[in-house]
Design a protein around this ligand. Structure first.
Ligand code: AMP
Length: 298
């Protein structure tokens, strides 16, 4: 496995590759969720590149850019074990050289609600850096986690709008044995907050059960169920509970096809998100969503 820190070095390495290239973009502090993406990339491509870049432009002024957890030595060991060939670890100056002005933005409802409303400018930072990584690494496939459900859809949309020659591969959420969605930010949680945070996976699990097993299609009933489960836990402050169209993320009155149940909450000072993909009982599950729908939150 080789580690590359410059754009010029990555471009040169890319020219030496023949056959399919899979890219896994990350911000490091890796866990089993990231590694599942690397393993899938390994299985589907001749070459596997992983980027580690804590992208300043996707953090708001009051967010955790400065304190975002970092452990490069451990990350490199895990990536080596998972079979990555190249780790691209640029500095912010490499990605954003002086005078940089190549912003890439997806406009419209997808970048106006939910995470976009809570984190102004976040998706502009995400699409800009991912577009730049795609130009540098030129992957045939890029792997993204369903954990960041809205990000995944925004990136799909960007690829379509920009006509980029890359296949976006969605991967199910990897969870801790007790159901908590793995996240680099879980390290911020105290023991008490860690226990309290379980209410999020419990809430989306119940939503999933209502829709998939009981056949509930009333959006308000599902949203109310999620809200009341989260409200049981005083350490957790719900930001939103959403039942949305799986593709457009438009809020749903009635669930008439593939949908997402999404939650965002503050646990102490840590902001966490979780979601499930559901298709109402009796409705066909589209082939491309099977893996995501099957992934049960505990
Ligand atoms: P991050 O390092 O948080 O930017 O995440 C890098 C990639 O890993 C993104 O595509 C995330 O959606 C994905 N990811 C993060 N956590 C998980 C998880 N628990 N399960 C699956 N994918 C994840």
């Amino acid at each position: 496995m080789i580690v590359i820190e410059t754009v010029a070095g990555m471009l040169a390495e890319r020219r030496r590759m023949s056959g399919a290239v899979g890219l896994v973009p990350t911000m490091g502090y890796l866990h089993e969720g990231h590694i599942s993406l690397v393993r899938r990339a390994r299985a589907e491509n001749e070459h596997v590149a992983v980027s580690i870049f804590v992208n300043p432009t996707q953090f708001g002024p009051n967010e955790d850019f400065e304190t975002y957890p970092r452990d490069t030595e451990r990350d490199l060991r895990l990536l080596d074990e998972a079979g990555a060939d190249v780790v691209f670890m640029p500095t912010p100056e490499e990605i954003y050289p002086p005078g940089f002005d190549e912003w890439v933005e997806v406009l419209g409802p997808l970048t106006e609600r939910l995470e976009a409303a809570a984190r102004p400018g976040h998706f502009r930072g995400v699409t800009t850096v991912v577009a730049r990584l795609f130009r540098i690494v030129q992957p045939d496939r890029a792997y993204f986690g369903q954990k960041d459900a809205q990000q995944l859809r925004v990136i799909r949309r960007m690829v379509t709008e920009q006509g980029l020659p890359v296949e976006i591969v969605p991967m199910p959420i990897v969870r801790e044995p007790d159901g908590l969605a793995m996240s680099s930010r879980n390290v911020y949680l105290s023991a008490q907050e860690r226990t309290a945070a379980l209410v999020l996976s419990r809430a989306v699990r119940e939503a999933r059960r209502m829709v998939i097993e009981d056949g509930v299609t009333d959006g308000d009933r599902v949203r109310d169920a999620v809200r009341s489960i989260v409200a049981e836990q005083p350490l957790v402050q719900l930001e939103y509970a959403s039942v949305a169209n799986e593709e457009s993320l438009a809020e749903l009155e009635h669930i008439t096809g593939p949908a997402l149940v999404l939650v965002a909450a503050k646990v102490g000072s840590t902001r966490l998100i979780d979601n499930v993909v559901v298709v109402p009982k009796g409705m066909p599950v589209p082939e491309g969503l099977r893996e995501l729908v099957q992934a049960s939150p505990g």
